[in-house]
Write a protein that binds this ligand. Structure first.
Ligand SMILES: NC(=O)C1=CN([C@@H]2O[C@H](COP(=O)(O)OP(=O)(O)OC[C@H]3O[C@@H](n4cnc5c(N)ncnc54)[C@H](O)[C@@H]3O)[C@@H](O)[C@H]2O)C=CC1
Ligand SMILES: O=C(O)C(=O)CO
Length: 390
């Protein structure tokens, strides 16, 4: 059966390098950068939220140099071998997380894989903070109550929630986003920090120590930090636990039935990392059995679906994977993704520091002649810029 072509919007039809974006992305700088460098840019405008592997193969066609794709797509050997066969060697996720990408398959096919670190750190941490407050103070439940016309006057017992000040926030995965979130909770709500990560979060530790001293100098109680050696320790100690690790084999179902049972009965669990880090069925049971326990989720195990029962629970706050959805961040993600693809097609080296991408985002100057972040740079033998030479 013949299939009709997917709808696309074309920029610079006579450009020599063909770059595809599987989705329209915010802003226009990313398109301009590619067009100015001689690319023909094709943006898939098909009205279908998640494109299948076959859809993307059809987009790639017989000649394609690079692709910008999305975290909802399954980038495995099938797509990377199609891209290679079409002459392509550059792919970038428009996301920092790349658990949807089989990096080994990309490397085998000679395709560089980009991601978009740094530009979404604060935006994502802010949503995690918003979820924390919504859960602690029962904002969504109260909003529903109000709109349902149930409010008939102030009561001493109406929607009692949790005070954050002086409580302990637990971070699992204290990388860029986890540390930024921890700082927000420390500065904003004077919470103490307990964290678990494979690596020491030295900058976070120094910040909390210095902030604690500042508070003391103001005659206030200091804040403290503690690095613990097991996930269990965080779960036992914290009043709020926020998850920010990468999703891989070591973090799949990191939060399960047994670990939920270790948490305080009135704790709050926040997840703005990846859904499968939590065993969502176990979480639903835990929320049902413990009405004082609350969860606030931006991500879900079987996105876009929720496990049965979750949507009916008043002690769960659920939002549709919007943690990075600020205008500045989403435009920046699109720009970084385009710069990854363009940099690889131009033969540029790879930037030295995924935590420092500001020069690529400055609209008033030409971006550096580098790929901002290529995760398989070493395995592909790509040149990596030395910080000192910048
Ligand atoms: N909900 C959303 O819209 C967004 C979700 N994310 C997710 O957040 C993740 C983290 O992003 P960044 O902070 O930028 O990455 P990052 O690489 O700076 O931080 C991840 C941290 O996880 C730690 N980690 C790895 N394995 C671990 C384990 N087994 N146990 C504990 N910690 C472990 C790492 O050591 C690292 O410190 C992304 O990979 C992505 O999946 C990121 C942006 C937006
Ligand atoms: O960047 C990511 O990993 C996201 O989940 C969306 O911003």
């Amino acid at each position: 059966m013949a299939t009709s072509p997917l709808s696309v919007e074309v920029h610079n039809p006579h450009g020599k390098l063909r770059v595809i974006s599987t989705k329209p992305m915010p802003g226009s700088r990313w398109i301009k950068l590619l067009v100015d460098a001689g690319c023909r840019v094709e943006i898939c405008t098909e009205k279908k939220t998640i494109l299948s592997v076959d859809d993307i193969k059809r987009l790639i066609g017989r000649k394609c140099d690079g692709v910008i794709g999305q975290l909802t797509e399954d980038w495995g050997d099938g797509l990377f071998s199609s891209l290679k066969a079409a002459g392509g060697h550059a792919y970038s996720n428009m996301a920092v997380g790349y658990n949807n990408v089989n990096v080994e398959a990309a490397t085998r096919n000679g395709v560089a894989v980009g991601n978009t670190p740094g530009v979404l750190t604060e935006t994502t941490a802010e949503l995690a903070a918003a979820l924390t407050l919504a859960a602690a103070r029962r904002v969504v439940e109260a909003d529903y109550f109000m709109r349902a016309g149930k409010y008939d006057g102030w009561l001493p017992t109406l929607f009692i929630g949790n005070l954050l000040k002086g409580q302990t926030v637990g971070i699992i995965g204290a990388g860029r986003i986890g540390s930024a979130y921890a700082r927000m909770m420390v500065e904003g709500f004077k919470m103490n920090v307990v964290y678990y990560d494979l690596y020491q979060a030295s900058r976070l530790e120094k910040f909390v120590t210095a902030y604690g001293k500042f508070l003391e100098s103001q005659g206030e109680a200091p804040v403290t930090w503690k690095r613990v050696s097991t996930v269990e320790d965080v779960l036992k100690l914290a009043d709020v636990v926020s998850l920010h690790p990468v999703l891989d084999k070591t973090t799949y179902h990191l939060i399960n039935k047994d670990r939920l049972a270790l948490m305080k009965k009135n704790a709050i669990l926040v997840n703005a990392s990846r859904g499968p880090i939590v065993d969502e069925v176990a979480l639903v049971h835990h929320l049902q059995a413990n009405p004082q326990f609350r969860a606030a989720l931006d991500v879900f195990e079987d996105e876009p679906y929720m496990k049965p029962g979750l949507g009916e629970l008043p002690n769960a706050v659920v939002v549709p994977h919007i943690a990075s959805a600020s205008k500045w961040t989403r435009e920046g993600m699109a720009t970084l993704a385009a710069e990854n693809v363009l940099g690889k097609l131009k033969g540029y080296p790879v930037w030295h520091d995924g935590n420092y991408v500001a020069p690529f985002l400055d609209e008033d100057s030409q971006p550096p002649a580098a790929c901002p972040s290529i995760v398989n740079a070493k395995n592909l033998g790509l040149k990596i810029l030395a910080a000192a030479k910048l």
